[in-house]
Every structure is written in C-alpha cells, then in structure tokens.
Design a protein around this ligand. Structure first.
Ligand code: C6P
Length: 416
C-alpha cells in the first residue's frame, strides 16, 4: 500500500470492511466506484445510531426525538452547503438522487419558464439523466434541444460550443465529469459564455462531487445536482442546489405533506425554501448518514482525493496502454479526466472482459454506462470501465492490468 498526498490509504481501507472480502477466492479489487462507492464504518454507525437512539419523523413533532431528528437532518443541509460553497442552506434540497434533481429542474423550472423557440444546450457526453428529461421537456413545450459535440479524444468541441451558445440559449445543462470517459469539462468557461447570453447553468456533478473540490460560485452555476451514494453516503439520497431567487420563483415539483404552508379543499399555498421542494417523508436516516460521509471526505480532503486519483489514473493509463489489443477511450492527460478509465480489447466484448476480471476478484462495469450517445460517437456498443476512489491503490491497478492481460490472452490471443 502506498501513502499519498498526506493521507494514509491503509488506514482509510480499514474503514471499509467490504474491501477485506474475497470474491471468487481472490481479494476484492473494487473498481466500480463511478457506479456507486462503498461506505465507511463511520457512515454505517451514524445510520445505526440514528435508528437506535432517535428514529422520528422531522419537522412535525414537538416531542424530543422529533426535534433531535430534525436537528440532525438540518445540520446535514448546512454541511452540504459548506461542501459546495453555496451561499444559503435553504438552497440545498434533498432528493433521491441526481436523476431526480435534474428532473426537478426540468419540471419545475423548465415547464414554467421555457417556451417554444427557447433552447436547452447539453453535450454529447451526458449521462442519460441529463438527456432524457430535456427531451421530455422538448416534447412537452416545443423547445429546441441542442448538444455540444464530442471530439474523438472524448473532450468537447469548444469552438462549436461558442457557436451554439447564443441569445436563444436559456439553459446550459452540462456534466462536470463524464461517467463514461472521465472527461472533465471546462464548465466555468462554458458557464461564463452561457450567462453572458442570460442563460441559466445546471451542473451535473454526480461524478465530480465525490472526487474533486466543488464551489458553485467558481463554476458559475445556477443549479447543481449530485448523489450521496457515489460519495461514501447511502443510496436514496441526492442533492439539488439552486440559487435562491430561482428556487423561489419556481413552483413545487411534487405536492403533498411538508411542502405546503396551508391547505384547504380548494387550494394550497407553498412552504418556504427548501421545504417547498421536499414533499413527504424524506430518507431521514440516509441524509444523516450522508452527513457522516461529508465529514469523512472533508477529513481526508478533496484536494488530496483528487491528487490521489490523478496518480492512480495516470498509473492505470500507463499500464493498460501497453497491453496488446487494448484501446483506451477519453483524454490521455490525467489532469483532464477523473479517475475513470474506459477501455476495450480487440475482438473481446466488454462483458466478457468484465467476467474474466470478476473471476480474478476485480469489479469493473461493462456496458454503455447510460451514455449511449458516447458509444454511438465512438462507434462501439460498450466499454469496460475501471473507476477509482480514495481507497484504491497502485497494487490494485497491477491486479487490474494482470487480469486484462489474462482476458486478452484467453479471448484475443494477444497474450503479452
Ligand atoms: N452514473 C454510472 O455507473 P443517479 O443514478 O441518479 O444517482 O445518477 C445518475 C447519473 C447522472 N449523471 C452522471 C454523470 C452519472 O454518472 C450518473 C450515474 C452511474 O456511471 C450509474 S448509471
């Protein structure tokens, strides 16, 4: 194990008991972090403590447990505000995941403020969660949906972006880090161009928020979406951050309990932010557990996590590029990408790569990664994807490389 950037990986790994597992008789090498990360014992303990000692609904009771539950829940809102450099805790809305956060904006903002002739600009490297809601909005409202094309190296065509951003652009909705290729998008630069045209900017930070420091002001964002389960937190908890003025003028997304100020049988009025957008009982224990995940990430340090992953990615690219028959997708400069390495093996379906690797205890994802337009642009059906996190090591990359060589040998006859 190597220590890196001021944090001790061996100590970090001890907090993730699942990493001690064996899979198919081999030590688990978990390289599917872009799909979901593991959770440290601190997060599990926080969730258990919540259910054991508190377990009440929030914002409703006057009894002690309900007050305590509400305090815990609301403290995480403040924690998240700080994590992304947002001005106000009331701008943090808890959802189920990034997908729901983006759909919230498409419904509550898009259907209210966009009309025929307006344009929403996305990119060719978006996850389906940042494509489909806008297609649905286009079909409902007659807006135009445009995209910034991808260049062969997996970066975006910024010249074309400059041409596409114009007076009709009402929203730029863009990923900060591609889940399929790892590409880091120069969002701040694009956001500046979009804002100069009066457009709003939504940042899909599902892949970026777990792996690098985020500041919504520096990004020039109006909305930002991310998922707790990719950032050491539980499943079923997502975040939408939105600028207060925008959230205030938006109608609610879902109607029901907690989001109202008053209800009669004829009509209702809406609660103040953020409750207007949090209808029904949320994943209270999940949000509380997410607070422990944010504490964990900040204790390690987002800069240290980023530099550790740049090191691992650079090492993995160097190792895999030499394997006969391997094609690497995405930018080759590790500074321009997150800890995601997508690759193919000549003559071998990525699912077969995934299966051979699983036999060696190595967990990767194989498929289109919910980014079918990327696959179409690369003229492939799927890739094999290894994705790293703070607990991965160079030794694990060596195991990955050996397993890929084995797959190459077994299926492709390229053994080297
Ligand atoms: N990507 C992956 O394996 P949800 O599922 O709502 O938590 O996140 C959706 C999402 C949105 N944007 C990006 C950039 C993403 O990577 C994801 C989730 C996972 O790549 C599951 S498909």
């Amino acid at each position: 194990m190597n220590s890196d950037g001021g944090f001790d990986i061996e100590r970090i790994r001890r907090d993730f008991p699942v990493l001690k597992r064996e899979v198919n008789g081999r030590p688990l090498v978990y390289l599917d972090n872009a799909a979901t990360s593991h959770r440290p014992v601190q997060v599990m303990a926080e969730i258990t403590r919540f259910y054991r000692d508190i377990n009440s609904n929030i914002h409703r009771g006057v009894h002690t447990l309900s007050v305590e539950a509400t305090e815990r829940f609301e403290a995480v809102r403040e924690r998240m505000r700080d994590f992304i450099g947002a001005p106000h805790a009331s701008e943090i809305i808890f959802t189920r995941n990034t997908t729901e956060s983006i759909n919230l904006v498409a419904h509550a903002w898009g259907r209210t403020f966009l009309e025929a002739g307006d344009e929403v600009l996305i990119s060719e490297i978006e996850h389906h969660s940042n494509i489909v809601p806008w297609q649905m909005l286009r079909d409902a409202r007659g807006i135009a949906l445009r995209h910034i094309p991808m260049l062969p190296d997996g970066t975006l065509d910024l010249d074309e972006a400059r041409r596409l951003i114009g007076p009709r652009t009402k929203l730029l909705s863009i990923t900060l880090m591609s889940n399929a290729l790892g590409t880091i998008v120069p969002v701040a630069e694009l956001a500046e161009l979009a804002r100069a045209q009066g457009a709003r900017v939504l940042v899909d930070a599902a892949q970026a928020a777990p792996h690098m420091p985020i500041d919504v002001g520096d990004l020039g964002a109006d909305f930002l979406a991310c998922s707790a389960h990719k950032m050491l937190g539980p499943t079923g908890v997502g975040v939408l951050w939105g600028r207060r003025e925008l959230l205030e003028e938006m109608p609610p997304f879902l109607g029901g309990g907690d989001m109202i100020a008053s209800v009669s049988l004829e009509e209702s009025t809406w609660n103040e932010l953020p409750h207007k957008f949090e209808a029904g009982t949320p994943n209270i224990a999940g949000v509380v557990g997410f607070g422990a995940a944010l504490d964990y990430l900040e204790a390690v340090g987002m800069d240290a996590i980023r530099s550790h992953e740049v090191d691992l990615t650079s090492y993995a690219l160097d190792r895999l590029i030499d394997v006969p028959g391997v094609t690497l997708y995405g930018p080759l400069d590790p500074e321009l990408r997150g800890g995601v390495v997508s690759f193919g093996l000549e003559g071998v379906h990525p699912h077969d790569i995934g299966q051979v690797l699983d036999g060696e205890g190595v967990a990767i994802r194989a498929g289109h990664h919910c980014a079918q337009p990327v696959m179409r642009r690369l003229d492939i059906a799927a890739t094999a994807r290894a994705s790293f996190y703070l607990y991965n090591t160079r030794e694990e990359v060596d195991v990955l490389e050996a397993a890929v060589r084995e797959a190459a040998d077994f299926f492709g006859g390229f053994g080297g």
